[in-house]
Ligand binder design. Structure first.
Ligand code: IPD
Ligand code: CA
Ligand code: CA
Ligand code: CA
Length: 274
């Protein structure tokens, strides 16, 4: 660690600001003042997404003025992930905006901290569920302070998987092929609507497998939480040379360890990868 602040202090700080953002998000929805706008074909953004992003990124800038920030709503420049010289924060102020706008509870605030492209600390706080997932590299993962572990699933056939679908509907064919392969081989599917919570649910054994193409802010914190809970995390296609794997969102696959390889082969074959 190049930073004098310990990684546990960093995780504590991330948890504090995730909880503050969570309170804001709940308050905004309760007051029924949600204003929505469109970012892409079907992608919504609410006023609360932007307010929560500002709350979190202002707090990070104040405490760590020299650090870089990658955040979905106010600082979405993905090239930040390639600069390994400075610590990087990766923020999704509301993961599950569509759930949020429709009044569903599956919403997470996701905050990760990386050094040299490796995520060291991750917090995913689900304010409507009152659940906080935490992971610190080398120190395990917890849910509301209790140590968590993956499901221990050993058979694809008896596995519950989650995935998601992009907001832009231009090229859904490969996703449909993967879904077709998985649904034939696994027990069942859940589409929860928050990638960060999907992955945390793999971490605590509520799901066995998660795969999707996502952005760094969707998964950076949760991936560390899953790894620290003993799950296997990787990709079913190659990560470009030199790009930090912890932050590469294409073709990610996270599952209980014994079924990871089988799921990878299935997804590769359904995708037409060699
Ligand atoms: C989305 C959610 C969703 C996933 C999408 C993400 P957002 O994030 O994580 O589950 O399927 O790919 O973009 O837009 O709600 O922060
Ligand atoms: Ca979004
Ligand atoms: Ca997201
Ligand atoms: Ca978001």
């Amino acid at each position: 660690m190049t930073n004098p602040t310990s990684v546990t202090e960093i995780t504590d700080f991330a948890e504090t600001i995730a909880r503050e953002a969570g309170e804001l998000i709940v308050r905004e929805r309760e007051q029924n003042t949600l204003r929505t706008d469109y970012k892409a074909q079907t992608e919504l953004v609410t006023h609360a997404d932007v307010l929560a992003d500002q709350l979190i990124t202002d707090a990070i800038r104040k405490r760590f003025p020299g650090h870089r920030i990658l955040s979905e709503e106010t600082m979405p420049d993905l090239s930040q992930a390639e600069h390994l010289d400075t610590p990087l924060w990766i923020v999704d102020p509301i993961d599950g905006t569509v759930n949020y706008a429709y009044g569903h509870p599956q919403v997470g605030v996701s905050i990760a901290y990386a050094e040299m492209g490796r995520v060291q600390a991750g917090v995913v706080h689900a304010p409507f569920a009152g659940e906080t997932f935490r992971g610190t590299r080398g120190d395990g993962a917890t849910l509301n302070g209790k140590v968590i572990q993956h499901s221990g699933a050993t058979e694809l056939r008896q596995s519950l998987f989650a995935t998601g679908f992009p907001y832009t509907k231009d090229n859904l064919e490969p996703l449909v092929k993967r879904l077709d392969a998985m649904i034939h081989q696994c027990r069942d599917l859940r589409r929860i609507g928050s990638a960060a919570l999907d992955i945390c649910w793999v971490a605590c054994g509520r799901l066995d497998i998660y795969y999707e193409n996502v952005s760094p802010w969707d998964f950076a914190a949760a991936r560390l939480i899953a790894l620290e809970a003993g799950a296997t995390a990787g990709h079913f296609s190659d990560v470009p040379d030199g790009y930090p794997a912890d932050l590469w969102g294409r073709d990610i696959l996270i599952s209980a360890p014994d079924i990871w390889q089988g799921a990878r082969e299935l997804l590769r074959s359904a995708s037409g990868y060699a």
